[in-house]
Design a protein. Structure first.
Length: 93
């Protein structure tokens, strides 16, 4: 889905590598499959619908209000499991 950096929309990519004699082979697109095309269409429709409605609910809450929901604790737990490369659209850190 074409999005600008820091748009807040979900963006995921995946690369798969084969290892031969201790060296990585050429990267393959792990999401280049018709199944993921349907997922992309579904996510795109959802994102467009969210944009049409504008900000509401948790999107309008301040960090202090979000902390009361427990989402910040869950986010810290998830942060430890993932590596973010380049720009990050997360504005509530």
């Amino acid at each position: 889905m074409p999005v600008s950096l820091n748009s807040g929309l979900p963006v995921v990519s995946g690369a798969a590598f084969a290892v031969h004699d201790g060296e990585l082979a050429v990267a393959m697109d792990a999401l280049a499959h018709p199944f993921w095309d349907q997922v992309l269409d579904t996510v795109s429709e959802k994102a467009i619908g969210m944009c049409r409605r504008g900000c509401f609910g948790a999107a309008m809450r301040s960090v202090s209000e979000l902390e009361q929901t427990g989402i910040m604790k869950k986010r810290k737990e998830l942060d430890a499991r993932f590596v973010v490369w380049g720009y990050c659209s997360a504005s509530i850190r």
